[in-house]
Design a protein around this ligand. Structure first.
Ligand code: EPS
Length: 352
């Protein structure tokens, strides 16, 4: 079975490969009447784009988005919204040497064994390029959530390799290439990344995210729990390896008397639940964090095999992110917004 869509009442489908002519998405079920412009979508796309700093891949895509359906005279019509983005800076020759090799840690191996064919150029469908259209659709979801119920989503870098970061001022996260709210530590992060890049290696990252002004009652027990669907959405992002909701794995060592969030005068005194109890939102901020693994395309040689089962030494050249987790910040925000909007529409449908 193929599976390139998610959502029930707001259904997102993406298509396209990193070195194909275009990537695109269809967003079906979006309510009519919301004003939206290409510039509003582009603003989000720029946040995620490669080539903005020396700390990301140097591929320079224009990411000019075309709204090809579902918007008339600047307003959503209630019909499927289709968004298209041309790939203008793919350099497929970077991949000719590894066309038949498996990069350890990469989709190369699993896709080949699943499909028996693979678009090796830029990782094809497994590329982070696909996340561009998630962010484009997320721009619409963010706007709708804000105007519909004041709901706002934000994410920030909370760990880069071994460097742990405080939340700082999340409003300032776009002022630096790392999406950190701890702006005073930008220099430290730059030095770390410069050394890493010189070494040819890569690191992972942790991204924290929060949604505020979330209506109570979102989530559909028992197989459409809100935390379950958020976790699925996060795990669908390239390179993600773990998701925590609220206290997450810390819950293991917490006593019940500590973990439970006491209620006094209609207010919760803590938020270990991450704003979700039994799969349903409580109205508290939804908090989660996502672990991203280190990028697997490295110029440091390693041992592997090719599609014929022969031993090979793999060296990946080209333009890769030394830490793909950094650019995941706007992607996490977009996925969170799309899931939450879907659940607002689903809750409205059942419990209006
Ligand atoms: C990516 C590898 C690089 C990145 C790409 C993600 O692609 P290429 O080698 O084709 O230049 O530039 O990211 C994007 C193009 C993007 O827009 O995010 C990978 O292997 O995932």
């Amino acid at each position: 079975m193929s599976h390139n869509s998610f959502g029930k009442n707001l259904i997102f489908t993406s298509f396209g490969e990193s070195h194909g002519s275009v990537i695109g998405c269809v967003l079906d079920g979006f309510p009519p009447g919301m004003m939206i412009t290409v510039d509003e979508i582009k603003k989000e796309l720029i946040r995620r784009a490669t080539g903005k700093s020396r700390h990301t891949s140097q591929r320079k895509e224009k990411d000019d988005v075309q709204i090809v359906s579902g918007v008339f005279e600047g307003k959503t019509t209630g019909h499927p919204i289709a968004l298209l983005i041309e790939n203008t800076d793919a350099r497929s020759k970077d991949y000719s040497n590894i066309a038949e090799q498996f990069r350890p840690g990469h989709a190369d191996y699993s896709y080949w064994h699943k499909y028996g064919i693979r678009d090796y150029r830029g990782g094809g469908r497994s590329s982070a390029r696909e996340t561009t259209v998630r962010v484009a659709a997320g721009a619409l979801a963010k706007k709708w959530l804000k105007s519909h119920c004041g709901l706002e989503v934000s994410a920030w870098l909370s760990q880069l390799g071994s460097i742990e970061l405080n939340r700082g001022d999340v409003h300032l996260r776009d002022s630096n290439p790392f999406f950190t709210g701890e702006v005073s530590r930008t220099k430290e992060l730059e030095l770390y990344m410069d050394q890493l890049r010189k070494s040819g290696d890569s690191v992972g990252a942790r991204i924290n995210a929060e949604a505020i002004n979330v209506p109570k009652g979102l989530g559909e027990p028992v197989y459409g729990k809100l935390d379950a669907e958020l976790a699925l959405a996060m795990m669908s992002i390239n390179a993600s390896k773990g998701v925590e909701i609220g206290a997450g794995f810390e819950s293991v060592s917490q006593a019940g008397s500590e973990h439970r969030d006491e209620i006094v005068g209609g207010e919760f005194l803590s938020n270990h639940a991450g704003g979700i109890l039994a799969g349903v939102s409580t109205g508290q901020p939804i908090t989660l964090s996502v672990a991203f693994k280190p990028t697997s395309s490295l110029r440091i040689p390693c041992r592997s095999e090719n599609i014929h089962g022969q031993a090979v030494e793999v060296i990946t050249t080209g333009r890769h992110d030394p830490c793909v987790g950094i650019r995941a910040v706007p992607i996490v925000e977009a996925m969170m917004a799309l899931v939450l909007m879907d659940h607002v529409l689903r809750h409205r449908a059942q419990n209006n």
